[in-house]
Design a protein around this ligand. Sequence first.
Ligand SMILES: [Zn+2]
Length: 242
Amino acid sequence: MNLLKFKNRPKPVPPLLIEGEEVSFRIKHVANAKRMKLRISASREVVLVLPKSVSVKKGLVFLEQEKPWITEQISKIQSPIAFENGAIIPLQGENYQICHVPDRRGLVWVEGGKLLVAGKTEHVPRRVYDWILREGKSVISEKALTFAEEIQVEVKKIALKDQKSRWGSCSPRGNLNFSWRLLLMPETILDYVVAHEVAHLRHMNHSADFWALVQKMHPEMETSKSWLKQNGVLFHKYGATY
Ligand SMILES: [Zn+2]
């Protein structure tokens, strides 16, 4: 028996049953986590993130309390929607149908409530994804610069990524990262996430001062936060990974 391999194996955790069905589940201890957190991936895997000082036992009690929320979130994860001809995707909260137009010139554009895509069939998903990245970057950059001016901070770099576990992040150097999926959400939600990350350029923490600043920059902060908690997971079904 390979002892070393055995030693490195993560500790077994009890199976997680949601409405009688076993759901993929793991526990992750994170040194700099401040509090217990639950994450649900697009593949319906539940991850319980625990600060180093919190025991698995305590974590499982928290998990038990959060079961109604997990159940609700899991039920929302439907089959993935690829960026293919005929698919309906939201853009800033409004639905658009992807319409492949091989005979038209151009790349991707919005026309009559549709998202038109020229070129070969096999290029449609990639073109739509690239278009969302470009559009998202321009929309988010404009908003970030406006917020930055409002609170007198400097944004260094803005990048859009396929972030799985968070909608935005801010590095100590002043670089802001955002999930491209934000472009799919209603504008007020996008505004909240941008305001949140820009506010971190002033307060690199989640202190009372930080939240007061975000609230001032985006008065619908609380409703946006709970909207994200309730609906955010729905957006992971869009687009395959490229
Ligand atoms: Zn934050």
